[in-house]
Design a protein around this ligand. Structure first.
Ligand SMILES: Nc1ncnc2c1ncn2[C@@H]1O[C@H](COP(=O)(O)OP(=O)(O)O)[C@@H](O)[C@H]1O
Ligand SMILES: [Mg+2]
Length: 276
């Protein structure tokens, strides 16, 4: 089964889209450097705001005929071919492909409410084409909505980005429990919490250090910590230029931290495959 990462946290502004885009591009780079025969990565944007689509393609004109919305409302027997047709090329790398979001996704949730099998409208067609990709990365919107459920049901590895602030970390256990509920309640045994990623860490702030220390010491959350990304203005500049942080400045603190995060994930996956 193709490794499919989903960024999830019902809070907005915690770095989901930043992590999704840089993880997707980072995976392409690592695969290419390793000489992999298939270095293709698909980024799926399920957030109607379309930030991940915009920064990776430079476009915001996705809509009725060429976006995730098109797939969600398509006849099921045509879904896999509609999916293949809606995938766009990222400007970041030839091997980075994007299933873009559109503002129409807001309406799709209402349109699909109550439709039998609606939560699987992404997972099913994605499963059929996933072998073409070395990995899939899914960005979600800041809520536990039908769209986010669709993302979780299509994924194998959930990553929870979180800011080191008191109120942000308070809800963390409920995010982890929600992912576990999807696994158990929806009988989706392949979904696991891969890790909690602390983002926008400012080591000059005592509160940030205390919170990261308390997360590390937490009996459940501590074992799930998988990286710390520093607060770094290069991230915002990279976004405004529609670049990955690696391309914007390969030596900045955020690039180095994201590179470390990507290589940790790859190491874990290689070890997991070896053990399987
Ligand atoms: N490590 C970072 N350092 C500084 N700013 C960041 C960092 N990560 C994200 N940001 C900024 O924070 C804002 C929210 O990030 P984003 O990835 O869009 O969050 P989400 O998708 O969870 O809403 C954006 O303006 C982004 O540029
Ligand atoms: Mg986002």
């Amino acid at each position: 089964m193709t490794q499919t990462f989903v960024m999830t946290n019902h809070k907005g502004g915690v770095g989901k889209s930043t992590t999704a885009t840089n993880l997707a591009f980072g995976l392409v780079r690592v695969l290419k450097q390793a000489g992999a025969a298939n270095a293709r990565v698909l980024l799926v944007d399920t957030d109607s705001q379309g930030h991940a689509s915009l920064v990776t393609t430079g476009r915001r004109d996705f809509g009725k005929d060429n976006s995730l919305y098109t797939l969600l409302v398509a006849e099921r027997k045509e879904a896999a071919s509609v999916l293949a047709r809606c995938i766009a090329q990222s400007t970041w790398d030839d091997d980075l492909h994007v299933l873009p979001a559109s503002p129409l996704l807001e309406g799709a949730e209402r349109e699909l409410m109550g439709v039998a099998g609606a939560p699987y409208r992404l997972a099913e067609p994605l499963n059929r084409i996933a072998n073409y990709y070395a990995a899939v990365v899914i960005d979600t919107r800041p809520s536990f909505s039908l769209m986010t459920e669709m993302g979780l049901l299509a994924a194998t590895d959930a990553i929870v980005p979180v800011e080191p602030r008191y109120l942000e970390t308070i809800g963390l256990l409920s995010v982890v429990n929600k992912i576990n509920d999807i696994r158990e309640g929806w009988r989706h045994p392949n979904l696991h919490v891969r890790g909690i990623l602390v983002t926008k860490m400012d080591t000059r702030m005592k509160g940030h250090i205390q919170l990261v220390d308390s997360l590390k010491a937490h009996p459940v959350l501590g074992n799930l910590m998988c990286g710390v990304i520093p607060s770094n203005e290069a991230v915002a500049y990279a976004h405004s230029q529609h670049l990955s942080v690696f391309e914007y400045d390969p030596h900045c603190a955020a690039s180095r931290a994201y590179a470390q995060f990507v290589s940790l994930l790859v190491k874990q996956l290689v070890a997991q495959r070896g053990a399987a």
